[in-house]
Design a protein around this ligand. Structure first.
Ligand SMILES: *Cc1c(COP(=O)(O)O)cnc(C)c1O
Length: 352
């Protein structure tokens, strides 16, 4: 099945007709010998480096390589200061503050609600079922004229599992707003990305990031994939120079010819994930290790807070998720190196 929604009917009224800021780099894109259009310093940077010129506002060279890696048209790609910027911009494009709403399914990534709150967008929580799958009838029942964005995090953070395809398809077909699928952990699965289905669903947007599998969290670079029409809107409302030239240059080098390096690191992480889950369940203070399609494990323990604090005394920082819905007693543990995982196992065995 396919779905064709008129995106214009979903956009905020003020966004539909907005005239974007036109930067000097927008108005002239060719080559010239004298650049006196952008009030830059003509000499160099104070440290002697060459950072005195504004960067490409649309990151064309970097997008060429990202589009190639992801096998998608450049026009269907937006690059953000982390995928968090894309989350923020989706609200800005589609949700009228004080009026429109968004739907999340707890337990899930915290930024959907934080960004909704800071933008005065009401966040409706239709929690995941105890098996960490979407409650499709309840989500569709909660949909109104005002519910503009539905967040689907798959694999989900903090539960770690991929969500059922058939549930997601039902939502794509029956939700009359934007369905935003966050695939931050997709590289740790064999699953094909929902990017492949963009042509079938005009209301689908997909988020991915270079922060996890690619090991580039420090440079802050996230991706949003959507129809050309949606990407054009996002480009219109983003801040002009949202990705610095340093990050563009750095990412261009880091992403070139390094896909197999990424795959090798992912393979090691997956190997360690299997070993860690097997060894964790043997430890007395561990009650259960949830199945994971990501680079972390959600671990149900006998005394989460105490274990979290005990691990801190051993110099090991985990994420205590025990106060979160459906995560009672749970600690989230990122898969580390073999040595780090060994240290974790050793410490947990010492906890009495
Ligand atoms: C880590 C994570 C992100 C990544 O955000 P960046 O801003 O790109 O670093 C996005 N979504 C989820 C669910 C995450 O866990």
């Amino acid at each position: 099945m396919k779905k064709s929604l008129d995106i214009k009917t979903l956009l905020r009224e003020n966004i539909k007709n907005i005239k974007p800021y036109s930067s000097a780099r927008d108005e002239f894109t060719g080559e010239a010998s004298v650049y006196i259009d952008a009030n830059e310093n003509p000499y160099s940077s104070v440290d002697g480096s060459k950072n005195n010129r504004y960067p490409d506002p649309y990151q064309q060279s970097l997008k060429d390589i990202v589009a190639e890696i992801k096998n998608i048209q450049k026009q269907q790609l937006f690059l953000g200061n982390g995928s968090d910027e894309a989350i923020e911009l989706l609200y800005k494009a589609f949700c009228n503050p004080g009026k429109d709403k968004t739907i999340i399914s707890s337990p899930t990534y915290g930024m959907y609600k934080v960004c909704a709150d800071t933008n005065d967008i009401e966040c409706i929580d239709i929690p995941l079922k105890p098996d960490f799958e979407l409650d499709v009838p309840a989500i569709l029942n909660a949909q109104t004229q005002e519910t503009k964005i539905l967040w689907v995090c798959s694999p989900n953070n903090p539960s770690g599992n991929l969500l059922n395809d058939s549930d997601i398809i039902k939502l794509l077909e029956n939700f009359n707003g934007i369905v935003a699928i966050d695939e931050a952990y997709i590289d740790f699965t064999n699953k094909t990305s929902w990017i492949e289905r963009l042509k079938d669903y005009s209301n689908l947007v997909v988020l991915q990031t270079f922060s996890k599998a690619w090991g580039l969290a420090n440079i802050r670079l996230g991706m949003l994939f959507a129809s050309e029409e949606i990407i054009a809107v996002i480009n219109k409302i983003k801040l002009p120079y949202n990705i610095s030239g340093l990050v563009q240059d750095f990412a261009l080098k880091a992403l070139t010819n390094n896909q197999s390096k990424k795959d090798n690191m992912v393979a090691s992480i997956l190997e360690e994930r299997e070993r860690l889950s097997k060894e964790l369940v043997e430890i007395p203070c561990v009650e259960k290790v949830f199945p994971s399609d990501s680079n972390f494990l959600l671990v149900k323990t006998t005394a989460a807070r105490e274990i979290y604090k005990f691990l801190l005394t051993k110099g090991i920082v985990t994420r205590d998720r025990s106060t979160i819905y459906l995560c009672e007693g749970c600690i989230r543990m990122t898969i580390g190196t073999k040595e780090e995982n060994d240290a974790l196992l050793l410490s947990l065995k010492e906890f009495l």
